[in-house]
Design a protein. Sequence first.
Length: 323
Amino acid sequence: MFARTSTVLTIGVATLGLLATTAGAVPTYAVTATVPVGLTPMQVAVAPNGAVTYATNSGANSVSVIDTATNAVTATVPVGGGPTGIAVTPNGARVFVVNTADRTVSVIDTATNTVAATIPVGEFALAVAVSADGAHAYVTNGVESTVSVIDTATNTVTATVPVGAFPIQLAANGTHVYVTNSSDNTVTVIDTATTTVVDTIPVASHPSAVTATNDRAYVRSGAEMSVIDAATNTVTATFGVDGIMGGAAVTGDGNTLYVIDSEGGSVTVFDPGTNAEVTSLAVGGSAGGVAVSADGTKAYATSQNDNTIATITRAAGDATRPR
């Protein structure tokens, strides 16, 4: 739906090459499975144990539950109208699904694959992220320029945080939530401990996708990616990406960045140590969302035209890069 600065290195090129060699072979990336799901899959999320992925089917008002060992859909859960954003709690017990058309969030109990609660949020709610401790879920409300904060213990909205103009996407790390404000070209930083805005970061025009580790956040603005230092909340690098629309996801180890090229129906893989492109993989027409497993070995991308989820496997190497 919406959906590649230079970095200062303290070691020389020759040393970098030696360290990369001794750390292990360069990893390879390949599409290893393609799973049919429901109509118009938008976003995908991975259970913490990597055993299950969940995909929102916007055209079918449902969520597909996929067993990653067998690459088969094991359940289809009816949710609200036009589901888009999706996130799994750190304990894997619940899935939060944003129903854009209904202005609600469905809470799925993963033990039964049924909707346990429905929570009202704001107009043009689109994306959701869950805090590292699992205590809160955060939902963008585009028209209202706010983020709804949901207490996951009570499934109620306990705060509404004003952010920039027309927030689209958001991502959480261990301490903060990063919100892309598409109409004023900024990223709002929310402290998850205090539920307050602690910074506003200017970025390139019309930011959309965002993904984060505890060290960095990556923000897509069309064909440009901004790298934000999480310690200083400043943009330290920018680089070009293929296409102008689509999601992004970085592995928890910070060593692999996946960026969707929606127009090209592909996922481009980057090495965040150098911001250099590693490879590009075809995943299907009008690719949209992408998510990564906790161990960093798998990524999953949606194809809205083909109604499929592609599995990308990182293998045959050690992705560790010197920092």
